[in-house]
Design a protein around this ligand. Structure first.
Ligand SMILES: Nc1ncnc2c1ncn2[C@@H]1O[C@H](COP(=O)(O)OP(=O)(O)OP(=O)(O)O)[C@@H](O)[C@H]1O
Ligand SMILES: [Mg+2]
Length: 387
């Protein structure tokens, strides 16, 4: 049994600061969970509490259904792999991997067998006699993982283990970890800053902010239905466009009106948003939902090109809309540049800086947020939208 449950868990540090506040999370046996959030939001603290390296101030922490609040780290049988792999430089790969078992008095033949298995799994067999200095970053990272695997823990806690690697190695290790999870079937909690890792590796993402877990869900669910403007902007690059606007009734329908744009609320969202008529809101739309060609139901918007970023696979247009006075009156706390928008367009679309170009906005995946609380106004999920 390797489920991990955090039941109203908080960590108050001696200096009076909260590292983690009232976290409620239930991680299933064999689940792969991602912790994502800005620096200082409490990701490592949460991992350290699960591992027992940090005591909890209040709440209950259960592993396999058993409360472990007073159980020492070595008796939790959980492996932690940190960003700095901390290998012993004077020991071979083999000895680095076997050291923990040796310290526990495990018999040499069994240690050898575990090392052989883990090395095979991680592609480290040819390197067993090398010292860490003679390995690449990715190979060292795999040794650190191997050291955890030989212990046969009930769960792996990975604290940004890939952040020291270059982009290509990261991508390779990302796949390796996913494969490893599939083969071992163990619970994994993986902390990352990287959105691609967050979106692609885990069964669920837990988004943290200021010690709290503000949204937990499947990656595409969180992407499609962020609970607030923070999650809306955090999970993608370029982030969701957030624009101050106002909802108005028009005939039978509803429109969202902002500086330089008017969007008709699609039928599918009318019932959910009907009560917002007359209210100030923050209109949210992802850059991929702005298009260069019109389609029935799309709303036109004119933008003045501020920058065009050609990424090869696509072009990102950054444009200014509206009267050009930066900042509207109903500015979202999280909306840094409310009147600049980004659009992910085809790699064939180009326009010079300063040009005014028409774009077309697909209103179906639109979001409306409360400017006071920054919370999303509930509406039917985007996942129900079909083309
Ligand atoms: N020993 C400590 N004493 C006091 N405050 C601490 C201590 N350790 C961490 N903190 C604070 O607790 C908060 C959470 O820290 P934590 O290390 O969990 O963040 P994190 O999400 O892992 O950040 P990063 O992405 O930078 O690694 C931070 O504000 C940090 O300053
Ligand atoms: Mg950390």
């Amino acid at each position: 049994m390797s489920s991990i449950e955090l039941d109203h868990v908080s960590k108050l540090y001696a200096n009076g600061a909260y590292g983690v506040r009232d976290v409620d999370l239930s991680i299933g046996e064999g689940e792969f969970v991602i912790f994502l959030g800005p620096s200082g939001c409490g990701k490592s603290t949460t991992l350290r509490m699960i591992a027992g390296l940090e005591g909890i101030t209040s709440g209950d922490l259960r592993i396999g259904g058993r409360s472990v609040n007073n159980v020492a780290p070595r008796d939790r049988n959980i492996a932690v792999v940190f960003q700095s792999y901390a290998l012993y430089p004077h020991m071979s790969v083999r000895d680095n991997m076997g050291f923990g078992l040796k310290m526990r008095g495990v018999a040499r033949p069994l240690i050898e067998e575990k090392i052989r298995e883990a090395a095979g799994l991680l592609g480290l067999t040819p390197y067993l006699d090398r010292k860490p200095a003679a390995l690449s970053g990715g190979q060292r990272q795999r040794v650190a993982l191997g050291r955890a695997i030989v212990r046969d823990p009930v769960a792996f806690l990975l604290d940004e283990p890939l952040s020291n690697l270059d982009a290509q190695l990261r991508a390779e290790m990302r796949l390796e970890l996913v494969k490893l999870h599939r083969r071992l079937g163990r619970t994994i909690v993986h902390v990352t800053h990287d959105q691609v890792e967050a979106m692609t590796m885990g069964d669920r993402i837990c988004i943290m902010r200021e010690g709290r877990m503000i949204q937990v869900g499947k990656p595409l669910e969180v992407y499609a239905d962020p609970v607030d403007t923070f999650v809306a902007r955090f999970l993608a690059t370029p982030p969701m466009n957030l624009l101050p606007a106002r909802v108005e009734g028009r005939g039978d329908g509803l429109v969202v009106v902002g500086d330089g744009f008017t969007v008709e609320v699609p039928q599918m969202h009318r019932a959910a948003y009907a009560g917002l008529a007359g209210r100030e809101v923050i209109f949210g739309l992802r850059p991929e939902d702005l298009h260069e060609a019109p389609q029935p139901g799309f709303s036109p918007i004119e933008v003045s090109v501020v920058a065009m970023e050609a990424l090869g696979v696509e072009n990102i247009l950054v444009g200014q809309i509206g009267s050009g006075e930066a900042g509207g009156k109903a500015t979202a706390k999280d909306a840094a540049k409310p009147l600049e928008i980004s659009a992910r367009l085809s790699r064939h679309f180009t326009a010079p800086v300063g040009a005014r170009v028409p774009l077309y906005l697909d209103p179906r995946p639109m979001h409306l947020f409360d400017p006071e609380t920054t919370r999303a106004f509930p509406r039917p999920s985007l996942r129900l939208v079909t083309n």
